[in-house]
Design a protein around this ligand. Sequence first.
Ligand code: ADP
Ligand code: ASP
Ligand code: MG
Length: 442
Amino acid sequence: MLILKFGGTSVGKPERMKKVADLVIGTPGRKVVVLSALSGTTNTLVEIGDALAGGDADGAAAKIEQLEAYYHTFIKALFSSESYRTVGEEIVSRHFSLIRLLAAGKFNDRTKRELLAQGELISTELFFTHLNERNVKSTMLPALHFMSIDADGEPELEKIGERLRPLVQSLEKYEILITQGYICRNHKNEIDNLRRGGSDYTASLIGAAVRADEIQIWTDIDGMHNNDPRIVKKTFPISELTFDEASELAYFGAKILHPSTIVPAQKYKVPVRLKNTMDENAHGTIISDTSESGEIKAIAAKDNITAIKIKSSRMLLAYGFLRRIFEVFENHHTSIDMISTSEVAVSVTIDDMSSIKQICEELEKLGTIEVDENQTIVCIVGNKLVTKQDVLKLIFNSLGSIPVRMVSFGGSRNNISLLIDTTHKEKALNLLNEGLFDYTHA
Ligand code: ADP
Ligand code: ASP
Ligand code: MG
């Protein structure tokens, strides 16, 4: 069994959705096809939600109308016969009636999540109908019947598998099973989601749950690049990564993958292949257990980081100080990314600011605190990277005079992380690209 996930840009234009159908039809064997919403849709649904939350009903209505008009144009080009266009119209009208109903009612977090789910619900129904028009047999595998998260928002992999395996078995006569990325049910059985970019995560969770042969993430670029191609000009695709390397890159900001994508796949050692829908013959990236070692593979950057320094005169020989600090973060369900310590102070970084006020109040009881916002973690990844001779010298020589606020080295053998002010990010990524990759590729 293969899992094939296609992102927003891969299904965002009628001709692209047809191309996805070609790829699915041309792939032998049974497969679960995971689709995102058409590109731009989730953003627009977020904007509609924001308008409604801010009491701007007219603004929301205008956006709903505009989005619906786009879908009507889309189905005109997607379907070739009038009868299938009518089916397409019905799908779109049904979902937009629901969107209007949600907009008219009392708007709260639950209705917002239901609103956000409409993108994937529409794209999968349209794709299923397109395959029908082409006389290709397929079936829907509704994500809301098996994909779930617990009270902390974490996917329940075991339960997902227990629901999914018999479902997939019962649909034995179908080779193509179509499901929605991103959406799920929460512990209250309400519609929820796996956070932005979550369709990658869906594909990996399904792949792990059914112990698939491979998870393929099809997107608009030829695999994981060695640096962020939106910021750095000279980047190139990496052909192989280990699960650990890919996991670090995804977690530390490589947008091609949702931050948690690799975790379920790695648990059951299901290889993940990143492929380009626009260039299916390009090699892409294969993520598995093995890879060449000792090389600097890639750089990623994660923004919106806050650094907190806790300085205590009592730290000197005071065991238990770190535990007390960590407990504050644990009590507020806030995870720490980087940490560095000295005799008198501890610096940590977080990206979740929802409890910052309470965290600071509690930390103030332990020492003097300083908070720096708008920081970026730059993460340099490679297999057994830290064993590479002179790697730190190389990094700091490349960075020149860019000030570095924190460094994490040796926490894992694959990762060196630096904390810099976000204003220096673009320059830092470009300098590191030149310094590190010109060296390793020389
Ligand atoms: P999809 O809609 O298919 O999920 P995304 O936009 O989420 O696609 O992810 C693909 C984009 O990720 C690429 O177009 C690229 O701009 C961006 N990206 C950021 N960092 C990297 C990287 N290291 N390698 C490849 N792409 C990256
Ligand atoms: N449609 C969702 C988003 O835009 C999920 C995804 O595309 O992966 O965030
Ligand atoms: Mg994505």
